[in-house]
Design a protein around this ligand. Structure first.
Ligand code: ZN
Length: 151
């Protein structure tokens, strides 16, 4: 398995955990020099907090673990394309590289709707989309179809 798929698999596990807790399934890991230093999943319902997206939780965990707000050497893996809030946090954390799975045509800020990382901000990360895209999208589709059928 390619290494970026290995980290995305872990993000998918976190997304699945979110689904089991009734949260929109999105998972995220932050990797520094080949080691996972932060994990997060959507906890918006649990916390009733607008900002409790997977990326925000993972960035917070990495900040705490590394004792630093600067994550410029780190890579972020997330199952769904980041929204404008999370893309903004990624810019502020100076994360160097972002891998995402599924495109988000509703809230995506990395190409789905807009692309903040193409704008003239300092420290825009390199981006690779479409990592395990079908599996990342499937976990979301399953969640929403089960919601509709009331399972
Ligand atoms: Zn977000």
């Amino acid at each position: 398995m390619r290494w970026e798929e290995r980290y995305m698999r872990r993000a998918l596990e976190l997304a699945q955990e979110a689904a089991e807790c009734g949260e929109v399934p999105v998972g995220c890991v932050i990797v520094l020099h080949g080691e996972i230093v932060g994990e997060g999943r959507n906890r918006r319902e649990e916390r009733q907090r607008t900002s409790s997206h997977a990326e925000m939780e993972a960035i917070e965990a990495a900040n705490a673990r590394l004792g630093s707000w600067r994550l410029s050497e780190a890579e972020l893996y997330v199952t769904l394309e980041p929204c404008p809030m999370c893309a903004g946090a990624i810019l502020n954390a100076r994360i160097g590289r972002v891998y995402y799975g599924a495109r988000d045509r509703a809230m995506g800020a990395v190409g789905g709707v807009s692309n903040l990382f193409m704008e003239d901000y300092p420290n825009c990360p390199a981006v690779v989309g479409g990592i395990l895209a079908e599996e990342c999208a499937a976990v979301l589709q399953r969640f929403f179809s089960e919601l509709r059928t009331g399972e």
